[in-house]
Design a protein around this ligand. Structure first.
Ligand code: 4AZ
Length: 279
């Protein structure tokens, strides 16, 4: 697959707080107090460096939307990845943005939220990681959604080994710096080592459950508000594998402030346990 990717950002509907302020991805809440003075959150108009995804580029990529009225584009608030025909993985902080399964739907089948091919599927159950926010805030930021019925898309394999990567890519319908687009954007993001990430965010990184990516020196490529819950991916032997879930960061695409992702290899077996429960 060729490499130049792109990426996105966006903000959760309910969380419109912030594009301006909260650098912290986090569904818009919190953390402002910790915010570095330079994390103003005013995105550069070109974010994050992405470009529109092609149909079929990430068949497993789905949007989470609020149940109810409005177009899919208006209702989208997070991303997710299909890992079996009836299970979507997303961020715990996305799952916590709804009171229960009745309040969230999954849009699959197209990179374009305005496409006629888009399929809306209800959610039957939600599992939020038991150790979410342990041992430190934002650790273990993952959740699973059990779908009401199977979706007809290719699932992505979940990584099993924490690794270092040359190139990663992430995608979603999040903020691009000039609003969010109906077509998902993708971008390639350099891998950032645990040491470098801990230096960027002292005392905020749990290397056992987080992975970082971004251009530390120059910024310019990143995920952003609204991309949360979506995938960060690496090439595997058999196509792409899911290595992480968009989780948080200070601002978006700023030099020195990489994006932080939940590292799925670290809780792969906990995921399997839930899948077994649901089967
Ligand atoms: C968010 O709010 C968000 N730059 C996601 C990712 C990043 C920041 C914010 C990382 O969904």
């Amino acid at each position: 697959m060729d490499k130049k990717r792109k990426r996105l950002i966006r903000i959760g509907a309910g969380a419109v707080a912030g594009l301006g302020a909260v650098a912290l991805a986090w569904t818009g809440i919190a953390a402002n107090a910790d915010e570095p003075a330079d994390a103003k959150g005013d995105f550069e108009a070109k974010v994050i460096g992405g470009e529109p995804a092609e149909e079929g580029q990430y068949p497993w990529l789905v949007a989470l939307g609020y149940t109810g009225e409005g177009t899919p584009f208006e209702r989208q608030f997070c991303g997710g990845s299909v890992i079996t025909e009836t299970v979507v993985i997303t961020a715990a902080h996305c799952a916590e943005a709804v009171a229960g399964p009745d309040e969230v739907v999954v849009f699959s089948g197209s990179v374009d939220l305005e496409s006629d091919d888009l399929v809306e599927t209800a959610v039957a159950d939600i599992h939020i990681a038991h150790d979410y926010n342990e041992p430190i805030d934002r650790a273990n930021d993952w959740a699973l959604l059990l779908l009401d019925e199977p979706v007809d898309v290719e699932p992505i394999d979940v990584g099993t080994e924490p690794e270092e990567f040359d190139a990663l890519e992430t995608a979603g319908w999040g903020e691009t710096g000039s609003g969010s687009a109906s077509v998902a954007e993708w971008v390639e993001v350099p891998f950032v080592s645990d040491d470098d990430c801990e230096a960027a965010y002292p005392d905020e990184i749990d290397a056992a459950t987080m992975l970082c990516a971004g251009d530390l020196e120059n910024g310019g490529v990143d995920s952003c508000q609204g991309d949360s819950g979506g995938p960060i991916m690496a090439p595997g032997e058999d196509g792409q594998i899911l290595v992480g879930i968009v989780s948080w960061g200070y601002g978006c695409a700023e030099a020195g402030n990489p994006g932080v992702y939940a590292e799925v290899a670290d809780f792969n077996s906990a995921i399997d346990d839930v899948l077994e429960d649901w089967s």
